[in-house]
Design a protein around this ligand. Sequence first.
Ligand code: SF4
Length: 228
Amino acid sequence: MNDNAQKNAAAGKPRRNYQLMSDEIIASLNGTTPTMLLHCCCAPCSTYVLEYLSRYFRITAYAFNPNIYPEEEFYKRRSEQERLISQMEFENPVGFIGEEYESELFYQAVRGLEHTGERGARCYECYKLRLARTAQTARRLGFDYFTTTLSISPLKNADWLNEIGASLEGDGLKYFYSDFKKRSGFKRSTELCRQYCIYRQNYCGCVFSAKEAEERQQKKAAETQNGQ
Ligand code: SF4
């Protein structure tokens, strides 16, 4: 976590309305349809975001997720992402770029923070890694905007995501502020998952989150057994 994020958290700084910021960006497009590189963490989180943003942008979905464990799960999520794009109907066409498995980048980024838990400092570095590569790729390929689907999850910190995204814009590349869970975005994503029979995982993605999910399940099972 960087100094600003720590200070904001400590000061209990009020959250910004990122959905309103999304609305303002869309209004500023004046009917044009710019290009966007959309970082997609997985198919379930992409459903609603693609449906919503493809009305206003020519999107390329970008699967760069070196955090995923194990490797088979990485390819399973990536192919589910591609299947979703091939089956959904969009107002503007949606392309796809999928990176290969580069897990060493993730382990390097979170070294020393492995056991800080979901929503902790480990996640901040994980967001930063994925957004930084997305911005770098978007700039190299000449996209107008970039953003990530991650803010749709109630378990992700929208303040951190938008703070990181804002720090990466520049040189003609703009960041699209978001909190996709708003306006029933998360609920709509669950409906679309059912409609397209999308595979949903029960852990965020990394080996640490898989272990944390397993521990939660074991605790719940023990509580049920003890009648709590
Ligand atoms: S819990 Fe999710 S966001 Fe956090 S480090 Fe693991 S994969 Fe990344």
